[in-house]
Design a protein around this ligand. Sequence first.
Ligand code: HEM
Length: 288
Amino acid sequence: MKLIKLASITKKLCVGAVGAFLLIFLPFHMGMNHCILREDGGEWYRNVCHFMGTNYVVKVFEVILLACILLHIVITLILAIENYMARPVRYAVPNKSKTGVGSKYMAWTGGILLVFLVIHFVDFYFAKTGLVEGKYVVKTEKVEAKFQEKVQQLQEGKLKEEQAAELQAQYMAIQTLPQDKVAKDRKYFVNLSKKEVATYCGKDFEDYEPDFYNMAKDKFKNPLYVLIYLLSFLILAIHLYHGVASIFQTFGLNVKKYTKAIDCLALIYAIVIPLGFAIVPIIEFFFK
Ligand code: HEM
């Protein structure tokens, strides 16, 4: 029985194409994360995140990426259900096929990665969309400009009494701003909660961005969190090992002559990428 009327091969081609796109995203994301490890108070990572959050080409890419992840999940789920339904009588003898661990447990590793992605999105991505509260960063020159604008309005008698009091409170608060709320280059206020943004920048200040640098550093101080991430990267390795090889197979590129080379490539990718991701929580937790 077919859940959606497309030949299995069409669905597999879709999963393969989408999977290949995701394989391109991972090295980019990994490289970007390595900026967290620089001892520059987050300057590089902040710049990269700012670019990612504001560039229109990246925004389009992000929409395609999220659609690909969703498509990958939905189609693989449909294929798994169809395969299951095509075999109503379970085999009495356990399957002793020679396919590797990754192939046998693709659905399981995929499911665990989905749980990881939900946790990961709640931690980071949702802070960008405003669905959850995170920590924020603001440019000091923008706060200064807004402050001066209000001082001007005050001098012109355009501010109400309570707005003037707010301005006074903001001035006082900035005088006592803790040092850990100021970036190394002093160009940013960092690690601010939404309440602190209102306190230090004014209630109507909206020019803030998520402070992914401090959010990631905070998360990787927590041993449970580090463990969840490292286990997820191990699962990612298993998923990728089979995933890369099966993309070649789906597109008919896995001819016998190249089987060994493709297997080797899949192995290298499946080790290098998860290890590259793992370096960040490992260094942050054990060496900083
Ligand atoms: C050390 C490990 C990781 C860190 C510190 C990290 C950090 C982040 C951050 C800060 C964001 C939000 C960036 C933004 O939206 O501008 C993000 C988004 C995202 N992450 Fe990760 N990530 C890690 C590992 C992973 C892994 C292993 C995957 C996939 C299996 C992944 C998939 C995604 C996706 C799909 C997004 C949303 C798309 C995007 O904004 O580019 N991340 N990650």
